[in-house]
Design a protein around this ligand. Structure first.
Ligand SMILES: N[C@@H](CCC(=O)N[C@@H](CS)C(=O)NCC(=O)O)C(=O)O
Length: 217
């Protein structure tokens, strides 16, 4: 099985955590953000993560992938009878904070310098694309981060702390925790903002459970 991914992309990370939690062997293929050709050849879209299974099936879309992995590799299970509402909550919580990525993204290039997705061409592609989409430079986004954090993120983070403090999202560790921890992981790169320590501990707990470090890839 081949896993094509950007090591610090949250959608890719959720799949990586599931692969690790299930002890699945795979060929690790990190790509540069500037590599348009490889994903386009596989699925016709420049969108990662992608898995090429040994039977030839090629799939994208992180949530479909983690469900497919659960089907193909049921042990240890990361799915439970209550999974759908939890997965839904986990995959939407960050989406409900409208400026979440504006706060987090501008710090990525400082924090993950030298990572495979951020080679010289990858940095240029990433920076230009994200800045154009938001109509602001990373420097401007960094300046606005504390205000955006106060106005948009604090309330969502409090909801997350409430939900995960002392445990997992559901009654047991599940794929929903892999999704949430990955979405939150980038917060650790945000400087000068007091991220709740419970959030950091939660991400570390998920990483430990999966035996994977999301920062030092
Ligand atoms: N819905 C997709 C979203 C994946 C996604 O947005 N991936 C980003 C990386 S974080 C991507 O490949 N972007 C292509 C680009 O920026 O050129 C999933 O859940 O897998």
């Amino acid at each position: 099985m081949k896993f094509y991914h950007y090591p610090h992309c949250p959608f890719c990370q959720r799949v990586r955590l599931v692969l690790k939690a299930k002890n699945i062997e795979y060929e690790d293929i990190p790509l540069s953000y500037a590599d348009k050709e490889t994903p386009a050849k596989l699925t016709g879209k420049k969108l990662l993560p992608i898995i090429e299974f040994d039977d030839g099936k090629i799939m994208g879309e992180s949530l479909d992938l983690i469900k497919e992995l659960e089907k193909r590799f049921p042990e240890p299970t990361l799915s439970h009878q209550w999974i759908e509402p939890d997965l839904d909550w986990a995959s939407n919580i960050v989406v409900r904070a409208p400026k979440f990525w504006d706060v987090v993204l501008p710090w990525y290039l400082d924090e993950f310098e030298g990572a495979p997705e951020f080679d010289e061409a990858g940095i240029k592609y990433f920076k230009e694309g994200k800045e154009a989409k938001r109509g602001k430079t990373f420097a401007e986004m960094k300046k606005e981060a504390p205000t955006l954090y106060r106005d948009n993120l604090i309330i969502i983070l409090a909801e997350i702390v409430d939900r995960v403090e002392g445990g997992w999202i559901g009654q047991q560790f599940s794929m929903a925790d892999c999704v949430l921890a990955s979405d939150l992981s980038g917060l650790r790169s945000v400087k000068k903002i007091p991220i709740p320590p419970q959030i950091i501990s939660y991400i570390e707990k998920v990483e430990m459970k999966c035996g994977e470090d999301l920062i030092d890839w």
